[in-house]
Design a protein around this ligand. Structure first.
Ligand code: AMP
Ligand code: GLY
Length: 425
């Protein structure tokens, strides 16, 4: 099979790594890819959101299956466009991808199908939003409706912070159209966890659980990022919680989306808050998580191409999927200053030594080749994943590998996986 993978981050490097292990793959292309992916696939210089060019490429190169990594092509409707052209593509339709593309849509669906989530109200008018906040208990959570690259959410602990967030979105339009509507939500407390599932339009099979670390500094201090590390499994997600998530979240959602005429195919990512009242949805994403994927896929023992095809064929329940019992920890190596301003073009060394350690993968995210040297080119530069017999062993292995890699201005959290320890026997 000829496969086209779309995207250029650490998630896509992990996907390329897993897809390239399939004996069914003749040729793997990645648009646009990165230097790490280039070792596994032929990278083609087409942007992830240039759907017409991606479609032409897929037709010309006889692509048998396309896998879209990021949310943008999915919410733009790459699946609909490709299917119209007779191309097979793994992911949700434009209508179904609205679960991530519009928080308001996701909230409406959750309300309609009684899926547990935070209470909310929607505003387009700053004054009305402020009046609502005056009446609310703090903290309140203020969210831009549309895609804001992970920056559209403020957990406001004071009126001043709430005002700032409301004005930023509705008056100053810092998120453009994505923030023309905002959602003000009840604050949920508890442990966060990510549960992703393979979905075929009617049935789903959950992957192993994971937890992301969104804040830039240790102990969840500092601004939120795309994710500074992840581990899997998340022991806070017990068997009973897993059962509840299936029964109260995934099942009614898939049934509901089918009723809406937008059956959900692809990966559905449920960002959960494990509250004392049971698991509740913080957000849905219409794709694999980043960096959760870098911690989850190294545990997958089944051919991922078979799984993609089972989803497309409406056969996910019949597909056997096995996972390693090992734990995985992914530590992100970022550029100092991220998620704000940061330097680029810093030379990276030590990757080969780290990758040579047993059960260790170094996934590229923001890297580039410059005059034959590997340099930094983004905020999140690399993700270093290691397996271990349990979470403490995986933490040790991941930090040992991460410690071998350096570049000027490297920043990493030193506590990835630590939260899991509280849940271990
Ligand atoms: P989101 O982009 O919706 O996942 O939100 C980003 C982060 O904000 C989440 O990972 C949570 O840490 C936090 N957050 C979002 N919504 C809530 C909520 N209702 N209660 C508590 N924390 C939240
Ligand atoms: N790790 C968060 C996300 O992928 O959206």
């Amino acid at each position: 099979m000829n496969i086209l993978l779309i995207g250029s981050g650490g998630r896509e490097h992990a996907l390329a790594w897993k897809i390239s292990q399939s004996p069914r793959v003749t040729k793997l292309y990645c648009a646009p890819g990165n230097p790490g992916i280039a070792e596994l696939a032929e990278c083609v210089d087409i942007a992830a959101d240039n759907i017409p060019a991606l479609k032409d490429f897929a037709l010309q190169n006889k692509i048998d299956l396309t896998v879209a990594g990021p949310e943008v092509p999915l919410t733009l409707g790459i699946v609909d466009e490709f299917e119209l052209a007779g191309l097979k593509v793994f992911g949700p339709s434009k209508a179904a991808a609205q679960l991530e593309g519009s928080k308001m849509y996701a909230k409406k669906i959750m309300k309609k199908y009684k899926i547990p989530t935070a209470a909310y109200a929607v505003f387009t008018d700053a004054q009305k939003a402020l009046e609502h906040v005056y009446m609310s208990r703090f903290p309140v959570v203020i969210k831009a409706d549309g895609l804001a690259a992970g920056k559209g959410v403020t957990v406001a602990v004071s009126l001043v912070e709430a005002k700032r967030a409301i004005h930023a979105a509705l008056r100053d339009k810092v998120f453009g159209e994505a923030g023309a509507q905002i959602i003000i939500e009840e604050f949920l407390s508890g442990e966060e966890a990510s549960l992703l599932a393979f979905c075929d339009g009617k049935d789903f099979v959950p992957m192993v659980s994971a937890q992301d670390h969104k804040a830039v500094y240790d102990e969840d201090k500092g601004p939120n990022t795309g994710g500074m590390g992840a581990y899997s499994p998340a022991p806070a997600v017990t068997k009973e919680i897993l059962r509840q998530v299936g029964e109260t979240i995934f099942k009614p959602l898939l049934d509901g989306m089918a009723k809406e005429g937008a059956p959900y195919k692809g990966v559905l990512y449920a960002g959960l808050m494990l509250t004392p009242g049971g698991p509740k949805v913080v957000e849905f994403n219409c794709r694999f998580g980043d960096p959760e994927t870098q911690a989850v896929l190294p545990r997958l023992q089944t051919d991922i191409v078979d799984i993609f095809e089972a989803c497309l064929g409406g056969q996910i329940s019949a597909q056997k999927i096995s996972w390693s019992d090992a734990a995985a920890v992914c530590v992100v190596l970022a550029a100092d200053g991220y998620p704000g301003q940061y330097a680029k073009g810093k030379e990276i060394s030590g990757i080969a030594a780290a990758a040579a350690l047993p059960d260790t993968c170094v996934f590229h995210a923001g890297t580039a080749k410059q005059d034959g040297r590997l340099v930094t080119s983004g905020g999140r530069v690399l993700g270093v994943t290691a397996l271990g017999a349990d979470i403490p062993a995986a933490i040790k292995n991941a930090y040992k590998a991460a410690g071998l890699i350096s570049f000027p201005g490297l920043h990493k959290r030193k506590d990835i996986g630590k939260k899991a320890l509280a849940y271990l026997p």
